[in-house]
Design a protein around this ligand. Structure first.
Ligand SMILES: Cc1ncc(COP(=O)(O)O)c(C=O)c1O
Length: 391
């Protein structure tokens, strides 16, 4: 079956954060990390069946739910977890907050590789911890770990956790087995527990391959909490469903307790119905076609920047649908670039400032939309960025 990613589904007026926040129907929003495509059709059918049932009381994870997640990760990614290792939560952000709460004391430090997903900063700080940043090295339009810096920070006894983002938002990296091995070895050596946020694991560009951190080395399994969800891949973030997989029973108990203290232990009926409908062979085929479409969108963006905006280097995209573009040529801070693009040119992006980017000259572009929308967004960016270069 061929799936259609070209049709533009109007989202204005649906309470969409991405589309409705600006309250301006003329804006093309390429910011919040959800997709403008309808979900995989069997998910929609499963939800329709659930709605038709008509009773929406409290729910907990079902056999069908657990089995679908277990089988999917085992068959597709070689990641094996048993049912008792699960903690189900309504999102990966609540998961990270609860893990930080469970495994740190106030004043401890949590390591991240910046620039990185903005909610890591708030989740860490909201639990009374400090963010320890190991800045990634930027060269040749890509990012790598600064190993010396990474190890030096891990060696600080106040650093308790490392929040790994694999694939990495917004740097676009899909970490290789060698890189993951090295990160894990360093963390083990210094007793730093790893929180592996692998929510973007299904969105991978051709030629790259996602490796779950926990599969790289047998020792890593007991030394990490894995956070996964069907939400990014199948565009169902609003259904609020995610899993923490924890092998170490003591750590699991502490995290489970924190999840309860935070009152984020219940899943809704829709996330529960959608997940087994997504994690199927046909779901894998839908994902294959989605990844193909996103790769073509990325190629379209690359060609556009090469032809029209050569002064703006595009970071290599290995995974995620979030493209990180260097706008240093404007000489402006990222907030101002985004503000001007939104206000004057009606295209909304994310400023690099929120991801702890030390240069503050990048913007993030969400390319998970029909190609026609992306093309229009690119024309608007070109007009705005050229204007900023001249002023
Ligand atoms: C790396 C990363 N983790 C977590 C999330 C959000 O997860 P959730 O909606 O499950 O809280 C995002 C969303 O953009 C993300 O990029």
């Amino acid at each position: 079956m061929h799936y259609d990613f070209d049709t533009q589904v109007p989202r204005l007026g649906t309470g969409s954060i991405k589309w409705d926040e600006a309250a301006d129907p003329n804006i093309i929003p390429l910011w919040v990390a959800d997709m403008d495509f309808p979900a995989f059709p069997p998910i929609i059918e499963a939800l329709q069946r659930r709605v038709a049932h008509g009773v929406f009381g409290y729910t907990h994870a079902t056999d069908a739910y657990y089995d679908s997640v277990i089988n999917w990760f085992e068959r597709r990614h070689g990641l094996r977890f048993a049912r008792e290792e699960f903690i189900c939560v309504p999102g990966v952000v609540p998961a990270i907050s609860a893990i930080v709460r469970a495994l740190t004391l106030t004043g401890d430090k949590v390591l991240v590789c910046s620039p990185v997903y903005n909610a890591f900063y708030s989740s860490i700080r909201n639990q009374g911890c400090m963010v320890e940043e190991s800045p990634l090295r930027y060269a040749n339009n890509t990012y790598t770990v600064d190993w010396e810096d990474f190890e030096r920070r891990c060696a600080d006894p106040r650093v308790r956790l490392f929040v790994l983002c694999n694939p990495h938002n917004p740097a676009g990296r899909v970490w290789t087995p060698d890189e993951l091995q090295r990160m894990g070895d360093i963390c083990l050596r210094h007793h730093v527990f790893v929180v592996a946020d692998e929510i973007h694991c299904e969105i991978v560009m051709p030629g790259h391959h996602y490796t779950p951190f926990a599969t790289v080395d047998e020792r890593f399994r007991a030394h990490c909490a894995v956070c996964v969800a069907p939400t990014k891949a199948f565009n169902i973030a609003g259904l609020q469903v995610a899993n923490i997989l924890v092998n170490d029973p003591q750590k699991r108990e502490r995290i489970d307790r924190a999840v309860n203290i935070h009152e984020v232990c219940d899943l809704g009926p829709f996330g529960l119905a959608a997940t087994p409908a997504a994690y199927t062979d046909e779901g894998a085929e839908w994902l294959r076609q989605l990844n193909e479409y996103l790769a073509a969108n990325y190629r379209c963006l690359l060609d556009y920047f090469a032809a029209e905006l050569p002064a703006f280097p595009v970071t290599v995209l290995e995974g995620t649908y979030l493209v990180w573009v260097n706008c240093a040529a404007t000489g402006l801070p990222s907030d101002e670039i985004v503000e001007r693009l939104t206000r004057r040119h009606h295209v909304q992006l994310c400023p690099g400032s929120i991801y702890g980017d030390p240069t503050d000259r990048f913007v993030r572009i969400n390319i998970a939309c029909p190609r026609a929308t992306l093309r229009e967004g690119l024309d608007r960016m070109a007009a705005g960025l050229r204007e900023m270069m001249q002023s």
